[in-house]
Design a protein around this ligand. Sequence first.
Ligand code: ADP
Ligand code: MG
Length: 326
Amino acid sequence: MDEFSLIKTYFQAQTKPNADVIVGIGDDAAVLQIAEGMQLVVSCDTLVADVHFLSDWDAFAIAYRAVMVNMSDIAAMAAKPNWVTLAITLPNSDDVWLQRFSQGLHHALQTYHLTLIGGDTTRGPLSITLTIHGIVEKGKAVQRSGAKPGDKIYVSGELGAAAFALTILNQADFFPSDRDLLMDKLLYPTPRVDLAPILQTYATSCIDISDGLSADLFHICELSHVGAVLQLDAIPIHPVVKKYQGVNALDFALGGGDDYELCFTVSPEQEHRFMQQTRSVGITCYCIGYIDAQQGLRAIKDNGESLPLAAKGYKHFNGCGDDAGY
Ligand code: ADP
Ligand code: MG
């Protein structure tokens, strides 16, 4: 199959453009209609085979996850994702693989009402670059730089499952229903797009957790010129991680990435109304600490003891002299 029939078959044919796509796939560039008073929010991610995903994963999941990972960045800005471009580099035109890939891609796009508006197709080692374009009301995007001392720190769901899933990939004897649950968390993350409208009103800063809670929260602290205090026993650890990892489960929640939950800050005056709103969209958010003026990350253990926390995660922190556990 040549490049043009490949594009038509797998990418163009199943695309049903939304009304705001004036020119979609097939011309030299796409033309998009942006409503009056809205701003464009753009984010791009490259996923390289055997770096960001394993080439033997189901191509359906590879494509689906690529879209979710990108959408998570737009959700973290409190924007609404709309349009996607796909630059794909393929080692060959394997029809079976491309069919699964395009099924996963179009399933993801249709579920979230996104339109594929163009891309590029080249030959080489497998790599996928998605650029996602979202819109947000003028001035309403939430940045990493807005956290203020006194703000409460929240996360949008339980942490650690995706990172733990990565450690059991080769354990053939792992309990099947727990394995399925963990693999689901790794391959099919749920970007928190439903939180975006609430974050616009209530969040002072926001980031998506792709590298791990402590590393990503540290970005908020750096850009907001503040510090953060985490209440370790308030961090929501995924129950399956707790079941297998016991006292080490917190390492996965603090240092493990790939969950694509959001970490954000809310002023204490707004907290009550904010929590009411999150309940109305069915997303459980957890308060895990607060922002203060002293820079850096600190952790408070359940006995009240306060310790410095390394941005790279809890393992590092242990290496800094805490051998008592938590
Ligand atoms: P050009 O040579 O002008 O860059 P191409 O021949 O690469 O155009 O692409 C033809 C059309 O197909 C363009 O509209 C382009 O955006 C689209 N396209 C190419 N590859 C992909 C892809 N992987 N997914 C979606 N659209 C694609
Ligand atoms: Mg091209």
